[in-house]
Each structure stands twice: as C-alpha cells, then as structure tokens.
Design a protein. Structure first.
Length: 180
C-alpha cells in the first residue's frame, strides 16, 4: 500500500521556487561567467551584495530582485526566464480576465494573451506546407529531361608509380628554377 502524501500549497510553492533557483543556476553555469564576474555585472544592475554561492545552494532566499538582476546581467529579459520555468496556461484564469476588465481603459477591450504565433501567420505557414508536395512535383517534372553536368569521379585512386621508375616527363621546378 502506497503512503498517502498530502501536497500542501506551501510545498508546491517551495518546489516552484526550488525549480526557479535550479534553472537560474543552470543558466548561470551555461553563461561561462565566474561568480565574481556575475557579481560585478549585478552591481551594474543595482543588485549588489548578493552572495551567489548561498543563493544558488538555497541557503539564501531567492527574491524577485535576484531573478531580475541576474537575468539582466546575463543579457536576457526576466519574462524569458519565467517562460522557461513555468508552463504557459492554455487560457487566462478567470481572475486575470476580471482584473483585465477592471483595469482596461473604458471603451477598449482588454488585450488577450498573445499566442506564440499569430493565427494568420500560422494559417499562412499551413498553406505553404500544403503546397510543398505540388511544388516538389513541379520541380521534379522540370528536372526530367535536363541532364546535370557532374564531374566523373573514379572510385579507385590512380596507381602508384613503381619504386625504381624513371622520373616523370614533366619535372617539378623549384623556386630557384631547377628541376626536382
């Protein structure tokens, strides 16, 4: 019988923070920078005093300023970090829709979440993919009857000269003009 495990909201949040910390550490390691170099860059982004060793090992709390500062210092947008760590929801939550309705200017519809690829762009891509077989068939028909001028390449290398053979008819001249 399997033990009953209860997942409390606190455990879920801790697991998500641990995942964010792990991803941030992996991105840092992939950057090739030393902790000292990253610390200098963090100072440029007003995020000084961060002990990266303690932060990456979980001995220091991971705060939003760390995520924003490290993201900027490594040259990417913090939103890109969150997209790596968290899955995009299929649909906005009811709370987010209500919130968007409240804060959207009067008379203007709230901006919906943007898909990764716009619908019309996606439909254009689908049409192009659907046309590929016809285009390939047309190219094949056009290629029939045309001969390609390819060099003839022997599968076998030329025979080697015998060890005691006389020198070649066309001697190689050296830089000083003498025959070899």
């Amino acid at each position: 019988m399997e033990p009953l495990t209860i997942t409390s909201p606190g455990n879920v949040v801790k697991a998500e923070v641990d995942r964010a910390r792990s991803v941030l550490r992996q991105i840092f390691e992939l950057s090739g920078l030393s902790q000292k170099a990253l610390s200098r860059r963090l100072e440029e982004h007003a995020c000084s005093g961060t002990n990266l060793s303690r932060l990456f090992t979980g001995k220091a709390a991971l705060r939003l300023e760390h995520i924003v500062g490290i993201s900027r210092a490594l040259g990417f947008h913090p939103l890109e970090f969150f997209r790596i760590v968290f899955e995009e929801p299929e649909h906005p939550s009811p709370f987010l829709r209500r919130l968007a309705d409240l804060i959207a200017p009067r008379g203007r519809q709230p901006t919906p979440l943007r898909p990764f690829v716009e619908r019309d762009e996606f439909e254009k891509l689908l049409r192009k993919v659907a046309e590929l077989p016809r285009v390939i068939e047309q190219l094949l028909r056009e290629a029939q009857g045309q001969t390609l001028a390819l060099p003839i390449v022997s599968r076998h290398p030329p025979p080697l000269a015998a060890p005691n053979a006389p020198p070649a008819a066309n001697p190689v001249r050296t830089a000083q003009g003498r025959n070899r």
